[in-house]
Design a protein around this ligand. Structure first.
Ligand code: SF4
Length: 350
């Protein structure tokens, strides 16, 4: 290793005492709040998370109240944050904590890591922040700092690279003040060792950073060879009857799992069959609006086309009534909707 572990930790801790973020709303909180903030912060910036976090905590102030809530309500409070599997796992884990741990967040690493949606790094973060235990972390920001400091080859999907990064994280994490050290590493990653143009001149690790010494910050971490992001397309059906629209609850797993959305078909000629099967309705679809919205997922982009079907009267029955509902437009805010669907529905209101 290029840097001596204790001078690494001392430099990080000294920087944290002076410059680290001590004012985040989830600081010095119980394990439930630390856990919630760690899950919300995955793939999402602090500035985006803060209002969601405060709103979520107001409605679900402890783990038992989260476990007792319906998944629909949890998803509704998550809508707009994306990566909805996080909310579903949070709810599942809350139920396990209520039923198997007496409503108390577990303090043993294996029990924490066994909860849905919690990996090694998140378990380490929760145990160090909430209980002062000594565990390393390796979130996206920390990975970048370590990959640059120690010029770690390869990219994160490669197991040899991850093995080396975990080894380094374990080596530099101090036994004392682990929480402050972990928070500082996240802060250095998000405030100084940013993806492009890292602020090396004011970084506490400058003296021991191999990338800085070799002027190779831009090379690390190595990028995965680029792949073009595939396009997919779907056709959504908007059945509207006066102020009511027909919503469909998506299956619990997969994209937007458990959220309310619009029914979908693959192609225009499938619309009539869909209507006959689900609404016993023989009505021609209206005009198709092509590619109303392009939504970017991490692995592909989705072009959404829309068929608006105006009805004079509500159909007398719906096949699979548990997962379809006529919803008044004023009541849409009480349903967890994926962002592009919410945008489509709000465009129609204008
Ligand atoms: S010196 Fe620069 S590249 Fe190295 S850890 Fe600090 S900010 Fe990152």
């Amino acid at each position: 290793m290029d840097a001596d572990a204790s001078s690494f930790a001392n430099a990080v801790l000294a920087w944290y005492n002076r410059w680290g973020r001590h004012d985040l709303p989830w600081k010095r909180q119980d394990a439930y709040r630390v856990w919630l903030s760690e899950i919300m912060l995955q793939q999402t910036q602090v500035s985006t998370v803060t209002p969601y976090y405060l709103n979520f905590i107001r409605r679900f102030p402890d783990v038992v109240r989260l476990a007792d809530a319906s998944i629909d309500e949890v998803l509704q409070h998550w809508q707009g944050l994306g990566y909805y599997a996080r909310a579903r796992n949070l709810h599942k884990a809350a139920v396990i904590i209520r039923d198997q741990h007496g409503g108390e967040f577990p303090q043993e690493f294996d029990a924490v890591e066994a909860l849905p949606g919690i990996g090694r790094s998140t378990a380490g973060a929760i145990l160090s922040f909430a209980f002062g235990q000594t565990w390393p972390i390796l979130d996206g920001n920390v990975k970048r700092v370590l990959a640059r400091c120690f010029r770690v080859p390869g990219w994160y999907a490669q197991s040899a690279t991850m093995k080396q990064l975990w080894y380094l994280a374990e080596s530099v994490t101090p036994q004392q003040h682990t929480a402050e050290f972990n928070q500082a590493m996240m802060d250095i990653g998000s405030m100084l060792c940013v993806k492009s143009k890292p602020k090396c001149e004011i970084c506490p690790l400058k003296a021991m950073c191999a990338s800085y010494r070799h002027h190779s910050q831009a090379e690390f971490p190595h990028k995965k060879p680029a792949r073009t992001r595939p396009h997919k397309s779907t056709l959504m059906l908007l059945h509207r009857c006066g102020d009511q629209v027909l919503l469909w609850r998506r299956p619990p797993s997969g994209i937007w799992g458990g959220l309310w959305s619009l029914p979908e078909v693959d192609e225009v000629r499938a619309i009539e069959l869909w209507q006959q099967s689900f609404l016993s309705l023989a009505q021609a679809p209206g005009a198709i609006q092509r590619d109303v919205i392009r939504h970017q997922f991490s692995h592909y982009s989705l072009d959404i086309s829309l068929a608006v079907i105006e009805l004079d009267a509500l159909p007398s029955k719906i096949f699979d009534a548990d997962n379809y509902a006529w919803v008044h437009v004023d009541d849409l805010d009480n349903h967890g909707l994926p962002t592009p669907v919410r945008k489509i529905l709000s465009m129609l209101k204008d």
